[in-house]
Design a protein around this ligand. Structure first.
Ligand SMILES: Nc1ncnc2c1ncn2[C@@H]1O[C@H](COP(=O)(O)OP(=O)(O)OP(=O)(O)O)[C@@H](O)[C@H]1O
Length: 539
C-alpha cells in the first residue's frame, strides 16, 4: 500500500527538474539529472500525516532581465504550489517547513493541489474547529502575543477555524465550559500554564459527567471520557504538562501537534475529600515540602517564575515534618514498577496494553452505591510515618528544572500513579535526593524513600503527641532542636495539585485510566536518546 503510486509528474524545484511521486502516505521528490542531488538540508519526502497545508503560489516577483535596472521587480504569473510540512529540529522542536514546486501548466498545478488537499481531508483526526482560551496573565504575561504571533498564523494556514476567548479572571474558562455549545468543536486549546490547563481539564470532565449523569463525587464512579481533545500552547511558568506530553514547552511545536491531529491518551486522578470531589489532576500531587512551596509561592506571584526557586529554598531551610498514614492499592500489573527504568515514549507499549485492558464499561446510573469506603481491604497496603514529602506522579512530571521528571519511569496512560514517600531525614540527605533531579542518577536510591506504583491511595494526617522518645531520636540525628520539633510537627501542610492548592490534607485519590486525550504524541525518541525526556540541558 505504501509503495502504491497515486500520481507522478516532473516539476521544477529550485530550478532543477525533480520527479515528484504521491503515494497514499507520502509525497517524495528526487532530482532527475545525475549529480544534481538536493542540498543535504533539503527534505526529499514528507509523510502526508505531517503536511500542514497545500497552497497555490499565484504570483512571483522576478528581477527584470533587460540588464538595465537590476532593482526593478516585475511580477510574472506562474504555476506553483507550496507544500507546508512539519520539520523536526533538534530537541523535539518542530518548525513549519515549505517546499515549492513549479508545474508545466496551471491545470496540472490545480490537479495536484486538489489531490493533496483531498488526501489531507481524509486525515480524520485533524481538527477543523477549535475553541481557544488564552490566559493573558500566565507565565511572563505573553499569552495573547504568543497566540497572535506564533499560533494563529499556523491555524489560518491549516484552515482551522478558531473561536478565541481571552480570559478575564481565574475560573472564567472553567465556568464558560459549563455553558458553551461544544458539539460542533473538535477540541479545546488552552494558551497558558499548568493552572490554565487544569481549569480546562476540570471544566471539560465536569461537563461530560454532568451530561452523562455520573455522580462525580462518588470515588468509585466509572467516569465517562470526554470526546473533545485538549491542546496546550505552553505560555506559563512551569508548563509541566507540555513537557511531559510533548517533550518541550514550545508554542510552535505544540501548535503543529494540534494541526496534524496528534492524539495522546492521558490518565487523570480524581482527588476527593470525604464524599466530595475536590479536583481532577494529571501530573503532580505533593503534600509536605511541595505543598508548602506552592502555598508560599502563590503569595509571591509578582515575582514571576523565580518565585518557585525562592519558596523552594525557604521551605528547604525550614524542613517541616508531617506525620500521617498512607494507604494504597498497588498497580495490578506485577511487571510494572517505578524502578524498572522503562520510559514512556511515543507509542509506549505499557500504556497501549493498559488502554486495551481498561475499556470503559457502559455507565448505568442506577448502580451507584453510596457507601464511602475508608481504609479498605482487598490488596490495600499502609505506611505510617513522619514524612518530609508525600508525592504522587501520574506521569514523569518532567520540566526544565527536572529534565527527567519526579518519577522518570512513570507512564502517561497506564492507569497508575507513582507514590513517593520521603520519610523524615536530615537536610543534607534530602538535598542529595533533590540534587539528583538535575542529573541522570537514581533519585529513589535512598533508605528514606519508598516508591510504589498504585491505582488508588488515601492519606490521613496524624497530629502527633510529643514524646521524649521522638525528641531523642531527632536529636540523635542532629536535625531538630526541641523548639523546632514542636514548631515543625504541629501544623498540617496542603496538597500541591498540579500547581494549585488543596487545603484539605485528608484526601482520597483514584487514577482513571486514559480519561482524556491530548493533541500530542508522547515523548518522541530522538537520535540523542540520552536527552530523554527533553527540556534536557543538552537539547
Ligand atoms: N484573566 C485572568 N486573570 C487572572 N487569573 C487568571 C486569568 N485567567 C486564568 N487565570 C488563572 O491564572 C492561574 C495561573 O495561570 P497559568 O497556569 O496560565 O500560569 P502560571 O501559573 O504562570 O504557569 P504554571 O501553572 O505553568 O506555573 C490559573 O490558575 C488560572 O486559573
Amino acid at each position: 500500500m505504501a509503495d502504491q503510486v497515486l500520481a507522478r509528474e516532473t516539476f521544477l524545484l529550485k530550478n532543477r527538474q525533480v520527479d515528484v511521486t504521491l503515494s497514499p502516505t507520502r509525497l517524495s521528490w528526487y532530482p532527475l539529472t545525475a549529480g544534481d542531488a538536493l542540498h543535504a538540508s533539503d527534505a526529499n519526502a514528507v509523510d502526508l500525516s505531517e503536511v500542514i497545508a497545500v497552497t497555490p503560489v499565484e504570483k512571483r516577483c522576478q528581477r527584470s532581465k533587460d540588464g538595465f535596472s537590476d532593482i526593478e521587480l516585475t511580477p510574472i504569473s506562474c504555476s506553483r504550489f507550496a507544500v507546508h510540512y512539519v520539520q523536526k529540529k533538534r530537541g523535539r522542536i518542530w518548525r513549519p517547513g515549505k517546499v515549492t514546486f513549479k508545474c508545466p501548466d496551471p491545470t496540472v498545478c490545480r490537479e495536484w493541489i486538489d489531490r493533496l488537499q483531498e488526501r489531507l481531508n481524509q486525515e480524520y483526526l485533524r481538527p477543523r474547529r477549535l475553541l481557544v482560551f488564552v490566559n493573558p496573565f500566565g507565565g511572563k504575561k505573553r499569552g495573547v502575543q504568543i497566540y497572535q504571533q506564533k499560533v494563529a498564523p499556523l491555524f489560518d494556514l491549516a484552515r482551522i477555524k478558531a473561536d478565541v476567548i481571552v480570559t478575564e479572571r481565574a475560573g472564567h474558562a472553567r465556568d464558560l465550559l459549563q455553558e458553551l455549545e461544544l458539539n460542533k468543536l473538535d477540541g479545546i486549546v488552552c494558551v497558558g500554564g499548568d493552572g490554565m490547563f487544569s481549569e480546562i481539564l476540570n471544566g471539560l470532565i465536569t461537563r461530560t459527567q454532568q451530561e452523562a449523569g455520573v455522580d462525580k463525587d462518588w470515588l468509585a464512579a466509572e467516569l465517562v471520557r470526554p470526546h473533545l481533545r485538549i491542546g496546550i500552547i505552553p505560555a506559563g511558568s512551569t508548563d509541566a504538562v507540555s513537557y511531559a506530553t510533548v517533550g518541550v514547552n514550545d508554542p510552535v511545536t505544540s501548535a503543529l501537534h494540534i494541526i496534524i491531529g496528534d492524539c495522546q491518551p492521558l490518565d487523570v486522578s480524581s482527588v476527593h475529600y470525604r464524599s466530595q470531589l475536590l479536583r481532577y489532576n494529571v501530573s503532580f500531587l505533593g503534600y509536605g515540602f511541595y505543598g508548602d512551596v506552592v502555598r508560599d509561592s502563590d503569595l509571591r506571584r509578582w515575582m514571576g517564575p523565580t518565585r518557585y526557586d525562592y519558596s523552594g529554598f525557604k521551605k528547604f531551610c525550614r524542613r517541616k515534618i508531617y506525620e500521617g498514614e498512607v494507604a494504597f492499592l498497588p498497580c495490578s500489573d506485577q511487571g510494572s514498577s517505578p524502578y524498572d527504568q522503562i520510559r514512556c515514549t511515543e507509542g509506549c507499549l505499557v500504556c497501549k496494553q493498559a488502554g486495551e485492558k481498561d475499556k470503559p464499561t457502559p455507565f448505568n446510573p442506577s448502580e451507584q452505591p453510596r457507601a464511602v469506603e475508608t481504609f479498605g481491604p482487598g490488596g490495600w497496603q499502609r505506611v505510617r510515618g513522619r514524612f518530609i514529602a508525600i508525592n504522587a506522579a501520574t506521569n514523569s512530571c518532567a520540566c526544565k528544572k527536572t529534565p527527567k521528571g519526579v518519577s522518570p519511569s512513570a507512564h502517561l496512560a497506564d492507569g497508575c500513579t507513582d507514590l513517593i514517600l520521603i520519610h523524615a531525614t536530615p537536610r543534607y540527605r534530602f538535598l542529595g535526593h533533590l540534587l539528583k533531579h538535575l542529573t541522570d542518577s537514581d533519585r529513589f536510591n535512598h533508605s528514606f524513600i519508598e516508591v510504589y506504583r498504585v491505582r488508588e491511595f488515601k492519606f490521613r494526617p496524624v497530629i502527633i503527641e510529643e514524646t521524649e522518645d521522638d525528641m531523642v531520636e531527632d536529636e540523635e540525628a542532629g536535625v531538630l532542636s526541641r523548639r523546632n520539633y514542636r514548631r515543625n510537627t504541629r501544623r498540617n501542610s496542603v496538597w500541591n495539585c498540579d500547581g494549585e492548592i488543596i487545603d484539605q490534607p485528608a484526601i482520597d485519590v483514584k487514577v482513571h485510566c486514559q480519561l482524556i486525550k491530548l493533541f500530542a504524541r508522547g515523548i518522541e525518541e530522538t537520535k540523542q536518546s540520552s536527552c530523554w525526556p527533553v527540556g534536557c540541558f543538552c537539547a
